[in-house]
Ligand binder design. Sequence first.
Ligand code: ZN
Length: 356
Amino acid sequence: MTDPQDELDLAADAASLTVALCDIESVSGRETRLADAVDAALRAVPHLTVDRDGDTVVARTDLGRDERVVLAGHLDTVPVGGNLPCRVEGGRIHGCGTTDMKSGVAVQLRLAAHLPAPNRDVTFVFYDHEEVEADKNGLGRVARDHPDWLTADFAVLMEPTNATVEGGCQGTLRADVVLSGHRAHSARSWMGSNAVHAAGEVLRRLSAYQPEQVTIDGLTYREGLNAVGITGGVAGNVIPDECVVSLNYRFAPSKDEDEAADVVRRVLDGFDVRVTDSAPGALPGLSHPAAAAFVAMVGREPAPKFGWTDVARFSSLGVPAVNYGPGDPMVAHQREEYCDVAPIHECERVLRAWLT
Ligand SMILES: [Zn+2]
């Protein structure tokens, strides 16, 4: 049962709805109250079918259209920084979750309630645990346990992008280069072999390496292969027998994780390279008709996404995805977090036009 004070009025405009959503606190792990409110509001909409898994709510139209698109957003926020309830001032809403990303969620809810006959079938996904460790992520859980709920031709993740389309995302790979030597007393260093000195050649190759720029669907992804840490040394009087250089490779979404590992191994041929962790990127998929129509409707030059986002989860299910939302990513996770009202209405208008 939803507490009557949590009842969401989907007839209210998207800005007022943003305020109502933010004022129901939903720090990661404590999304149930908000998920209940979203669930109840959507179940009252006759043209939607609603499913629930934990604190993830999925609503869909089932009109038998040729295409299906997903609009997705997370319900959780980072810890509140004394910035709730929301304060509205001069066309700007201040408060935790306004930009990241309840303004996007408000737009999703408005469209879910007020588009009974969209030109494409739409699946609206509201998920939990985005702002914490990846293994808790609600979208990941649904992808694992109910992949059919996410079946679609294209997805829009409504993370803050200042109302421009940010396509795909780069992949990321971490690796350790393990250098070994032979321990000796530093007073008789000729008896040993210095593993820290051996790192010199690794660093030289990394600095000489020219990272690729890869253009996909008109978006240029800038790769980067960098040492991000180095450890070694036993004591002030010992020639070290081990040194580890840690690397991070951010790679264009045209490469898979194996190809990315091959690049690192090729650059560091002859060294002991151990991949410790990797996550694939996501292709922008802007050539798909639904995506192209969407980009045309937004009317702004799309940009590549360099960081890793949940669009990669859609991509791994074979669903091309972009980021598009009303907030400004630069103020996300700050005490001073805010979202302007104008882009909230703009996003709703653009998505409504695309789906009509
Ligand atoms: Zn977010």
